[in-house]
Design a protein around this ligand. Structure first.
Ligand SMILES: [Zn+2]
Length: 414
């Protein structure tokens, strides 16, 4: 590593290399430390700290750039990635584990010029990059490189949850893996492992349709346990103290050992709600009747005619819904081209089940309070404009909120 003349670096703008950035950040931090020692003003020390952090950020970007360059020049992947993280970590007095991902992200970004530029300019976050990186498979790589602009456009305007959904849709039709995404299929299955201490680890990867059925079942059982602990804390004291992760494992165990048996001994059929536009359904039927014809499904996140997903908004490959199409029951929901439910009103105070489903489809199974991550099971249909103030029970005046947000909203209105 070359030595750096600190005198030549006067501000963040003068930083052009990792070593310069590191030296400057180090110097600033050292100076802040000295000042604290001599009881200097809080403001001055704070300024230095802020400057040091800014430089550290700059170093991150420069490092990513250099790593990408080194990678393009044919530097061995693993070595450069590890040494960069460790190097940054040591110099910035952060633990190297915190810094390592930046070097790794930078390395990956080396093959994706538009993503890299957006990341360095702060237009997309680390989380975006990590998600985009998950889309990169040997099968999708060239398509991902081609569609960088498209995905960045989504990243710029969408909230996080919507961006995740848009990315999944992209992957579903980008994956050119035959009639079904068989590459992914290889990962499906359950493995069990008994650890040395006797703990048992169960790991299952399910396709989106089976996953939806399993999640719904676990969530229902989990909520049953939760209510039990709320209503009768004395009867189930251990449940009261349990965090939701532990409770879910009990729920799963209940399902595995007792099954879904009702009190009268009967069993419900697992139900999965699939949302498919009429156009996608037509193509799917066509693909069943003409199995030799290669049929492409042109799916899109933001086009009501090109949607195929679970009611929670998880995109699924239309062919996975084939059985459902043949066995399932149909409900028709009408949307306008912009994805807003078409109006129908009933002289009632509460939304009926069909209206609620329409609203769920429109909300993609999420509480419409921005940033709320409530479980699916808490979601209810609610009047945007309260019925007590003349709001009609129509899907146009409906929204999906969780119990908590609904109460919060009611409290605001009172
Ligand atoms: Zn909510």
């Amino acid at each position: 590593m070359q030595t750096t003349n600190l005198e030549s670096i006067r501000s963040v703008d003068d930083v052009h290399s990792v070593s310069q950035a590191l030296a400057l950040a180090g110097a600033l931090l050292a100076r802040a430390g000295t000042l604290v020692h001599f009881g200097a003003s809080v403001l001055e020390t704070e300024d230095l700290a802020v400057a040091a952090v800014t430089v550290a950020e700059q170093a991150k970007a420069v490092a990513a750039d250099r790593v990408a360059e080194a990678h393009r020049a044919g530097a061995p992947r693993r070595r450069s990635c590890r040494s960069m993280g460790v190097l940054l970590g040591e110099r910035l007095a952060t633990d190297s584990a915190t810094m390592a991902p930046y070097a790794t992200l930078g390395l990956w970004l080396g093959d994706f010029g538009d993503f890299a530029a957006a990341w360095q300019l702060g237009r997309i976050t680390d989380a975006h990059v990590r998600l985009l990186r998950q889309l990169d498979t040997p099968l999708t790589r060239s398509l991902l490189q081609r569609d960088q602009d498209f995905l960045l456009g989504h990243a710029a305007v969408l909230q996080w949850d919507d961006f995740v959904s848009a990315c999944r849709h992209w992957l579903n039709c980008a994956d050119p893996d035959g009639t079904l995404p068989s590459e992914r299929e290889r990962a499906y299955g359950t493995t069990t492992k008994t650890h040395a201490n006797g703990d048992v680890e169960i790991r299952s990867v399910l396709d989106p349709v089976a996953g939806e059925a399993a999640l719904t079942a676990i969530e229902h059982e989990d909520q049953k346990l939760f209510r039990q602990s709320e209503n009768d804390p004395d009867a189930a004291p251990e449940l009261v103290r349990m965090n939701s992760r532990r409770r879910k494992s009990i729920a799963l165990l209940n399902l595995l050992t007792r099954g879904f048996q009702r009190q009268d001994g009967s069993f419900p059929t697992p139900m999965v709600n699939i949302v498919m536009s009429e156009k996608v359904a037509e193509r799917l039927l066509q693909s069943i009747s003409e199995p030799d014809e290669p049929i492409e499904f042109d799916l899109a996140w933001d086009d009501i005619d090109r949607r195929c997903e679970t009611i929670r908004g998880v995109p699924i490959h239309p062919r996975r819904a084939r059985t459902a199409l043949l066995l399932g029951a149909f409900r028709r929901q009408l949307f306008k081209p912009d994805g807003i439910p078409a109006s129908y009103t009933k002289p009632a105070r509460l939304f009926d089940e069909h209206q609620k489903q329409t609203l769920l489809v429109a909300a993609r199974g999420r509480c419409q309070h921005v940033g709320c991550g409530s479980p699916w099971i808490w979601l209810t249909a609610d009047h945007s404009h309260p019925s007590s103030r003349g709001g009609g029970t129509s899907v146009v005046n409906g929204q999906i909120l969780c119990d908590a947000c609904n109460k919060w909203k009611r409290d605001r209105l009172l």
